[in-house]
Design a protein around this ligand. Structure first.
Ligand SMILES: Cc1cc2nc3c(=O)[nH]c(=O)nc-3n(C[C@H](O)[C@H](O)[C@H](O)COP(=O)(O)OP(=O)(O)OC[C@H]3O[C@@H](n4cnc5c(N)ncnc54)[C@H](O)[C@@H]3O)c2cc1C
Length: 450
């Protein structure tokens, strides 16, 4: 990493994750104990299993509420967390916790009312806190459905994200109102302190996320934008203050363009240039969606706000590797480009293998530069594959177990594999490598879909 702090190594990251997990579990256990330690009066009329079900129901509801704070922490891009856990993992955890939370929110009323005959519960405004709770549950379900089924509902990513964020703050407020008024034990003491702490922490976290676009960005100017392959654009940026971004090869940034041609929403892109080329930062963008299809309209002189760098998809995050295997599909070559350029710049002599799969030759981005880097790196082998060009002879086809076995052989200690490509590509390659005996701890992946 040129000039910046070195990336944390796997052992340190594992300890950090373990510690974070322990802290979260301890906090959640503390929250879960509240209904047992400070029971509300509704428990006075329940006995035996009914009482236990009511207590468990309340516990589950309260823990689900506290998980909302965990959700915020996972997406807050807190610098310490970002350095130790990759964004992809944090987003994946956010998704899993979100689904768990909604599941708990559904189970919560089922357990609470399990001992009551629902037909005898009068529906009247006297029970407004319960009605508010039902509203919160519906809102959670709607949030989960739109998050999981975003593609199905054809929701543009940026609009969905704005909605997701805007809804959650009032939802937390309404949830706290529900907890406060549905129980009679939260007007004082520890339960009240808990509720106030939850609201304050959540509000502060929400503001931190909301003002993120205004924080810690590096202003760059677009130097050029040029086609790369037949469906991508390479944008070259120059730092306005002359000081380049200090990054590790393989890391990514969030980009926003201040351009008439594009909306000001942020999108993640891997830095395709080497850390050594700090004076210029290059990204190669496949034009595949609403926003990226218009990125070719940015012109030199436009401003770009760059946030980052982020990510741990870098050989710099693994000290002492002996051999690197890079496997890319299509535009998934961008992190590999930065890695190869960096290794060439520092004169690294360790063996490297790159397998790059594309549909066609003309679809490749920076193919000449890749081949040139292959020649500059003494111990580098490059294999090109084309899945839609039968005339490519031996290079025709997809990456499969047989090909991987032929190109890579068996796993040797110190060998690490980096995989980046389309959503369906990575599990296939990972599975094939697993069957060849490559341990999962030696396989790093970067997903271009969050
Ligand atoms: C870590 C990382 C590195 C990436 N590096 C590159 C790269 O070097 N080159 C490249 O071409 N692509 C890269 N991508 C993918 C790129 O970010 C998306 O293709 C782009 O944001 C799609 O935007 P769109 O509106 O044009 O497409 P859409 O069709 O609207 O979106 C396609 C998918 O892209 C994702 N996406 C869209 N907008 C955002 C957003 N604002 N934030 C996060 N995800 C979003 C969503 O999963 C969405 O389903 C990277 C993605 C990630 C996560």
């Amino acid at each position: 990493m040129s000039g910046g702090r070195p990336l944390p190594q796997p052992a340190a990251r594992r300890w950090f994750a373990l510690l974070g997990l322990l802290m979260a579990i301890t906090g959640l256990i503390g929250v879960g104990l509240l209904p047992w330690r400070y029971p509300s009066s509704s428990l006075l009329y329940k006995f035996g299993p009914d009482r236990s079900l009511l207590l468990v129901g309340k516990t589950i509801g309260l823990v689900a509420g506290a998980l909302l704070l965990v959700q915020l922490v996972l997406v807050a891009r807190l610098p310490a967390l970002e350095r130790m856990v990759s964004q992809n993992r944090l987003i994946a955890a956010h998704r899993v916790v979100g689904i768990t939370l909604v599941g708990m929110a559904v189970v919560h009323p089922l357990l609470i009312f399990s001992s009551d005959d629902l037909r005898t519960i009068p529906v009247s405004w006297e029970y407004w806190p319960e009605i508010v709770g039902a509203f919160v549950l519906m809102a959670f379900l709607a949030m989960a459905m739109t998050a999981v089924g975003r593609a199905f509902f054809r929701l543009p990513h940026h609009l969905w994200k704005i909605g997701h964020r805007l809804v959650v703050l009032p939802l937390m407020a309404v949830l706290v109102v529900h907890v406060f008024f549905v129980n009679d034990g939260y007007a004082s003491g520890v339960p009240l302190v808990f509720l106030i702490a939850l609201v304050v922490c959540f509000a502060l976290g929400w503001i931190w996320v909301a003002v993120r676009p205004l924080r810690r960005f590096h202003l760059h100017r677009v130097v050029s934008s040029a086609p790369a392959g037949d469906s991508a654009i390479t944008v070259t940026l120059q730092p306005l203050n002359g000081r380049g971004l200090s990054h590790a090869p393989g890391q990514f940034v969030y980009l926003r363009f201040r351009s008439r041609a594009l909306s000001f929403e942020e999108h993640p892109f891997t830095i395709a240039s080497a850390p050594e080329a700090q004076a210029q930062l290059r990204v190669t963008i496949r034009c595949c969606g609403d926003w990226t299809q218009r990125v070719g309209n940015v012109s030199s002189g436009d401003l770009a706000a760059v946030q980052g760098p982020f990510g741990l998809f870098s050989p710099e995050a693994i000290k002492g590797w002996r051999r690197l295997i890079l496997i890319a599909g299509g535009v998934g070559i961008t992190p590999m480009l930065s890695i190869l350029a960096h290794l060439a710049a520092v004169g690294d002599q360790r063996p490297l293998t790159l397998i790059w799969s594309n549909r066609t030759r003309s679809g490749r981005v920076h193919a000449e530069q890749i081949d040139d880097l292959g020649r500059r790196l003494n111990h580098c082998r490059i294999y090109h594959l084309f899945s839609r060009e039968p005339e490519a002879g031996q290079q025709y086809g997809r990456i499969d177990r047989q090909r991987l076995s032929q190109y890579l052989g068996v796993h040797q200690p110190g060998t690490y594999v980096f995989i980046c490509g389309p959503a369906g590509f990575m599990p296939t390659v990972q599975h094939a490598l697993g069957r060849l005996g490559y341990p999962s701890t030696a396989i790093m992946t970067e997903r271009f879909h969050m």
